[in-house]
Design a protein around this ligand. Structure first.
Ligand SMILES: *Cc1c(COP(=O)(O)O)cnc(C)c1O
Length: 298
C-alpha cells in the first residue's frame, strides 16, 4: 500500500490575484482561497466532505469505506487515499462496466491505495441513490460505511460548511466550481447575509442543479445564490483550447496551477463575467481553488 501525506489545513491561505480585473477604475478585488494545498490527493473540498463521513464511520463501528464515482472521479481517489490514511479497506463503485483498473491513472491510483473497484453497468449505477440498491449493497458490505457519490450527504455538507472559517466577512462574493453541489450547499448555508455565492457548473445543462439544491437552501434569499452553466466549454471533462491557454497564462501570471476539469473553467468564467460587468464596483470576490490536480495527469 502507498503511504500518504498528512492533511494540513495550515497550508490554506488567500492569494490576492492582482490585476485579474483589467478594469481597475471600478476597484473590484479578486482573490483565491487555496484549498488545493491541503493535500496532493485529498485536495480542495474533498477532505471537508469526507471529514464527518469518516467520523460517522468510526462512530457506527464500521470497518471500511464504500463510495461511488465516475472513471475520473476526484472524490473516489480522495476516498481511496483517505481510507489508506486511516488504514481501513475501501470499495469504489465505478460508473460503467466498460472500464477496468488499467483504464486510467485515477483508477490505477485508487487501486494502489488499496481500493477494490467494482465496475457497474450504467443502468445499475443510476440506481445508486435508491433505497433498494443501497440496502442490497449494505447487505453485501455489512461492515462498510456507504458515502454517496461526491460525498453528497448531510455529513459532506456539514464538513463543507466549515470552509466558511477560511472566508473573511469582508468578501462580498464567493465563487466556486460545482459538481454534486454539496460544497456549494455547505458554504451557502454558512455564509453571511451580505455575501452572495455563484456556482460554476462544468457540465452541459448544469443549471438543473439550481432546482435540485433549492430545497437545501430554504433559508437563503434567492437573490444571493445562483448556478451558471455557461462555462462548460464543451461539457464535463472536455478539454478546450481556450481553457488550456487560459490555464497556462494564469499559471505563469500567478504561479498557481488550476485543474482542467473544474477550476480553470470557473476562472475563465469569472474573467468573462468581469468583462461583462456582472459584478458591481468595490466588490471583493473570493474564488475557491477546490483542488482536483489529479485530473491534470490524464
Ligand atoms: C469534486 C470537485 C468539485 C465539485 O464539488 P461538489 O461538492 O461535488 O460540488 C469542484 N472542484 C473540484 C476541483 C473537484 O474535484
Amino acid at each position: 500500500m502507498v503511504t500518504t501525506k498528512p492533511i494540513n489545513l495550515e497550508n490554506i491561505y488567500i492569494h490576492n490575484l492582482a490585476n485579474f480585473d483589467k478594469n481597475k477604475a471600478r476597484n473590484i478585488e479578486v482573490s483565491m482561497l487555496r484549498l488545493d494545498l491541503i493535500h496532493p490527493i485529498i485536495s480542495g473540498n474533498k477532505w471537508f466532505k469526507l471529514k464527518y463521513n469518516i467520523e460517522m464511520l468510526f462512530k457506527t463501528n464500521k470497518k471500511g469505506l464504500l463510495s461511488f464515482g465516475g472513471a475520473y472521479s476526484n472524490h473516489l481517489i480522495a476516498c481511496a487515499c483517505a481510507a489508506a490514511h486511516y488504514g481501513i479497506p475501501s470499495v469504489g463503485i465505478v460508473r460503467g462496466d466498460e472500464h477496468a483498473i488499467t483504464s486510467n491513472l485515477v483508477l490505477q491510483q485508487c487501486t494502489n491505495y488499496g481500493m477494490r473497484l467494482i465496475f457497474e453497468k450504467r443502468a445499475n449505477y443510476d440506481l445508486k441513490d435508491t433505497k433498494p440498491y443501497i440496502d442490497l449493497l449494505q447487505n453485501q458490505y455489512k461492515d462498510y460505511f456507504i458515502v454517496p457519490e461526491g460525498g453528497n450527504n448531510e455529513w459532506g455538507q456539514k464538513g463543507a460548511s466549515e470552509i466558511i472559517q477560511f472566508i473573511p466577512t469582508s468578501f462580498t462574493h464567493i465563487l466556486l466550481s460545482v459538481g454534486s453541489g454539496s460544497t456549494f450547499v455547505g458554504i451557502a448555508n454558512a455564509m453571511h447575509a451580505h455575501q452572495s455565492i455563484v456556482g460554476f457548473a462544468p457540465m452541459k445543462g448544469g443549471k438543473y442543479l439550481e432546482n435540485e439544491l433549492s430545497s437545501l437552501l430554504l433559508n437563503l434569499n434567492k437573490e444571493t445564490w445562483q448556478i451558471t452553466d455557461r462555462f462548460h466549454f464543451g461539457g464535463f471533462g472536455r478539454i478546450h483550447n481556450n481553457v488550456m491557454s487560459f490555464m497556462n497564462q494564469f499559471e505563469s501570471q500567478y504561479g498557481i496551477v488550476l485543474d482542467r476539469v473544474y477550476t480553470s473553467k470557473m476562472m475563465l468564467g469569472v474573467n468573462t463575467l468581469l468583462e461583462e460587468g456582472f459584478f458591481n464596483s468595490n466588490t471583493k470576490l473570493l474564488c475557491i481553488h477546490t483542488g482536483g490536480m489529479t485530473g491534470n495527469n490524464l
